[in-house]
Design a protein around this ligand. Structure first.
Ligand SMILES: Cc1cc2nc3c(=O)[nH]c(=O)nc-3n(C[C@H](O)[C@H](O)[C@H](O)COP(=O)(O)OP(=O)(O)OC[C@H]3O[C@@H](n4cnc5c(N)ncnc54)[C@H](O)[C@@H]3O)c2cc1C
Length: 375
């Protein structure tokens, strides 16, 4: 049985490895010059490949039940076992995020590339598939300078986020040609923008903070983690998580001292500007002191600093894509309901996870589901 995998990212490589291990003849068509470029950049270069805290509630999708079944078929321990079957050691940190012990994402890509080569998977780089169509037997993939016909195709061409890694959203058209729809796309796990004057002077300041997203007076999300001020807004892992929920017009409330009750700050705010030394970074202390009209406001800004969201930095700067091919347009093995032999894996599908290893986990779990179904 001949199988073509379109896209040599985390999902495409994983699927190809699983298929080749079950004796299938596999070809990967990758538009870039190398496999796994995005995988090599993940987790700030450290490769956060899954998370031990795993269930469907960490994801957004159109079909939560199907997603839950797919996750149940490939648990975080299975991701670790799959990767360690190629080499390496993978360990969780205190927040459940699993990394290679050597903390190098590019080494994960190297493991997978080495395994593909050991298994004899054919890899064609510089092959941007432009047309996918039915052939007399199977499916035909056409790229500039070549074409191939195979019994099954796995579309693992990613989403619309981070186009410098080869994912500009154009690959959805390959599925649309068979009647698939694309659930509305938006960038997630991305910096949030606000009025630059509201954060002027804070660029580069990072805090472990509490974050709440409030819409129309109602809290819609809360989390805790890194908040990093940028020129045009806020970034950091807490903000990335919040970006899955926040929209323009929402208010982000930042608690700079989530472990310190307001009573403990009373004497500090009474002591004037110097009172905030060793409580918040000096630059932030000066900024808050200047902005506050009196002690009460200073205290309230320390515990609840408001920023109105005006948007995001967009797809180019996002780590993941909300939307894509609906899970409802596939069966449990992620085969298209419109075209037998066409399967999907990874970010091309309408499933995006929170920050913390959930998107790579989805890439691996969905690749496993498709490979099992083909097998
Ligand atoms: C900077 C950054 C950091 C991240 N960090 C993490 C993290 O630590 N943990 C985590 O879980 N997630 C992380 N993510 C998200 C995660 O990397 C993605 O969700 C995941 O890589 C998606 O895997 P994929 O294989 O579906 O798609 P991709 O990795 O995007 O791969 C798709 C591949 O398809 C190729 N392609 C596209 N169109 C075509 C075509 N027409 N023909 C042939 N090939 C094509 C592309 O060139 C690309 O190589 C991060 C993302 C970014 C951008």
């Amino acid at each position: 049985m001949k199988i073509t995998v379109i896209g040599g990212g985390a999902a495409g490589m994983a699927c190809a490895i699983l298929l080749a291990r079950s004796q299938k003849s596999v070809t990967i068509l990758e538009r870039g010059e190398r496999l796994g470029r995005k995988l090599s950049a993940t987790g700030n270069g450290q490769g956060n490949v899954t998370n031990v805290r795993m269930d469907a509630s960490f994801y957004h999708t159109d079909d939560g039940d199907k997603l839950a079944r797919i996750l149940a078929g490939f648990l975080p321990a299975d991701v670790v076992a799959f990767l360690e079957s190629m080499g390496g050691i993978f360990l969780p940190d205190g927040r459940g995020r699993v990394y290679p012990a050597g903390r190098q994402a590019s080494a994960v890509t190297d493991l997978m590339r080495r395994e593909l080569s050991r298994l004899g998977v054919r890899v064609v780089t510089g092959a941007r598939v432009a047309v996918l169509s039915r052939a007399a037997r199977g499916l035909r993939a056409v790229w500039e300078g070549g074409e191939c016909v195979s019994d099954a195709v796995v579309l693992a061409a990613g989403g619309a986020a981070a186009k410098n890694f080869g994912t500009d959203g154009t690959a959805y058209a390959l599925a649309q040609a068979f009647g698939h729809t694309v659930a509305p796309l938006s960038p997630v796990l991305v910096q949030l923008k606000c009025d630059p004057s509201a954060v002027r002077g804070l660029k580069g300041i990072r805090m472990d903070a509490g974050l709440r997203v409030v819409r129309g007076g109602k809290q819609i999300y809360a989390c805790r983690g890194d908040v990093l001020f940028t020129e045009s807004g806020v970034s950091g892992d807490a903000v990335f998580r919040a970006s899955s929920y926040a929209a323009a017009g929402d208010v982000l409330w930042i608690d700079f001292l989530p472990d310190v009750p307001p009573e403990r700050l009373q004497s500090a705010v009474r002591a004037g500007e110097d009172g905030l030394l060793c409580i918040v970074p000096n630059g932030l202390g000066r900024f808050l002191y200047k902005r506050a009209q009196g002690r009460e406001e200073l205290l309230s800004l320390l515990k609840a600093f408001p920023l109105t969201v005006t948007g995001t930095l967009g797809f180019d700067y996002a780590q993941a894509t909300r939307g894509g091919i609906p899970l409802a347009e596939t069966d449990d093995g992620l085969q298209s309901i419109f075209c037998r032999g066409l399967y999907f894996a990874g970010e091309v599908l309408n499933a995006d996870g929170e920050c913390g290893g959930y998107n790579l986990h989805w890439a691996f779990a969905s690749a496993h589901a498709a490979a099992e179904a083909i097998g």
